[in-house]
Design a binder for this molecule. Structure first.
Ligand code: ZN
Length: 168
């Protein structure tokens, strides 16, 4: 599976890729040289808003995706990245990662997160994930519908056949 490093301007995209199960390095402190180094060392694809960094990466024969600054909607960004890298955009509960730190999440029994989660949430949901590094619990809360909708839109865009000719 593809491994990714995302530049400091694309934090939102990094969190999405982690939730979708992609091993994604991201830090607000990483400089261009750090990003290039980690891409080489760990075989990661670079995703960047910085045209200069993109050019440097291509020069070094690294795989890089340039996300132009006018592309701000996460649907557009995910569609571009998925198309360019051939990623599948779907949620797999067994491979999702912590959006904060990229650690692969464990599905855990309710008892394990009982002290971390409000009682009403514990009663309402059956599946909980736990990040051993952040010591944080996750569940498919109210925001989950938005996440699912976004995934659906990206998938339908990827499935749609792009028009071969313009009739305008
Ligand atoms: Zn974490």
């Amino acid at each position: 599976m593809v491994k990714i490093v995302v530049d400091s301007m694309l934090g939102n995209l990094a969190r999405w890729l982690r939730v979708l199960g992609y091993d994604t390095e991201y830090s607000r402190k990483m400089r261009d040289s750090d990003i290039l180094e980690i891409a080489i060392r760990e075989g990661r694809v670079i995703i960047t808003r910085d045209r200069g960094l993109h050019r440097k990466a291509v020069k070094k024969n690294l795989k890089s995706v340039y996300v132009s600054p006018d592309l701000t909607d996460v649907v557009d960004m995910l569609t571009l990245v998925a198309k360019t890298l051939g990623l599948s955009i779907r949620f797999d509960k067994g491979s999702t990662r912590c959006p904060l730190c990229n650690t692969k999440l464990d599905i855990v029994p309710k008892a394990r997160v009982a002290s971390l989660v409000p009682p009403e949430v514990l009663n309402k949901y059956d599946t909980f994930w736990y990040c051993v590094k952040c010591r944080k619990a996750y569940w498919q809360g109210n925001h989950w519908k938005t996440i699912n909708d976004t995934i659906d839109i990206v998938r339908s865009r990827l499935n749609a056949n792009p028009p071969q000719e313009s009739f305008n």
